[in-house]
Unconditional design. Structure first.
Length: 319
């Protein structure tokens, strides 16, 4: 039963509604009223998401350049797509992106799950350490990029001195963001430091969703801790781990801000990810049609791989 106060609110709302509007509302079905509320949001989403996508697809078949708006726009068919797929610089960027994706996801899954497993033990002070671990995730990528660029400085940065203290290598003998071999690992370290807490939270949610009675039954059957981990913990947390892989894979595939501030794709093209190459083609070389084709290829790749992965995730969840 509604409370007297709720009835009063409804009554006042009914009195405040103009008679003409009230008559129109009474004539609407529940479905029509639902669309009346959802409609503006749908229009907004179409304007923000769908229209730019359709416009990008249209531009990808032309030679349009944004810095020459008055030039004749010619239809070039699939030439832009062929150029993208046969451009060696694009494939180098995709290789750099694949290297970045594999190692960041691998390290974040291993370290994140290990941290979640330790925190799930609920040792003394686990709440404090959980909060401390989550701090990097709360920072802006721009702040993280500038912060680590300072840490990586070979003369004054603390990172080189920490490596020197642990290994005995002179601090000034190497430069993380200035070396072609070390720069890819520099951005991997930063992304792992920043987003491992996110993976840890997802894994921790999975660990704490496992009912205690399953472990109690395993102990009755005299299963060892190692056996419990492989037969109970890991299979039941696997959907959460796969979900974390999906989220981090999509985010890192389009990684731009942190890497752009840290290395700007250098030295040379050692850390030039696909998103940075796309930015260069669109806003430095002003090859708008070409960059639109590249953007569509990236979108289709991510969308297709994500759909295949989601099907595999649903299969694991329904086992």
């Amino acid at each position: 039963m509604p409370s007297p106060s709720a009835k009063g609110i409804v009554a006042r709302a009914a009195e405040a509604t103009p008679p003409a509007a009230a008559m129109r509302m009474r004539g609407l079905s529940d479905r029509a009223i639902a669309w009346l509320f959802v409609g503006p949001t749908m229009v907004l989403l179409l304007a923000i998401n769908i229209f730019p996508l359709i416009w990008t697809i249209k531009l990808s078949f032309t030679n349009y350049r944004a810095n020459r708006p008055n030039a004749n726009v010619l239809d070039v068919g699939i030439d832009n797509y062929v150029s993208v797929l046969t451009d060696p610089d694009i494939w180098l960027a995709m290789q750099a992106t694949a290297h970045f994706l594999f190692w960041t996801i691998f390290l974040q899954m291993v370290i994140g799950f290990a941290l979640a497993y330790l925190i799930d033990r609920k040792f003394r002070g686990h709440g404090f350490w959980t909060t401390m671990i989550l701090i990097p995730m709360m920072l802006s990528p721009a702040v993280v990029g500038n912060f680590w660029a300072f840490l990586y400085q070979p003369q004054i940065g603390l990172f080189n001195y920490a490596v020197s203290f642990l290994t005995g290598v002179p601090a000034s003998s190497f430069e993380m963001i200035g070396s072609v071999k070390l720069a890819p690992w520099a951005i991997i370290i930063v992304d792992t430091w920043m987003w491992t807490p996110y993976v840890m939270l997802i894994c921790l949610a999975g660990l704490r969703s496992i009912p205690d009675y399953i472990y109690e039954a395993a102990e009755v059957d005299r299963a060892s801790k190692w056996r419990q981990f492989w037969s109970i913990t890991l299979p039941m947390v696997l959907p959460f781990i796969m979900l974390a892989v999906l989220f981090r894979g999509i985010e890192n595939f389009k990684m731009f801000d942190m890497v752009n501030l840290l290395t700007s794709g250098g030295p040379g093209s050692a850390t030039e990810l696909a998103s940075i190459t796309l930015k260069r083609e669109a806003f430095e070389k002003w090859r708008t049609g070409y960059s639109s084709a590249f953007a569509i290829i990236l979108f289709v790749s991510v969308f297709g791989l994500a759909n295949i992965y989601v099907k595999a995730l649903n299969h694991v969840k329904n086992r």
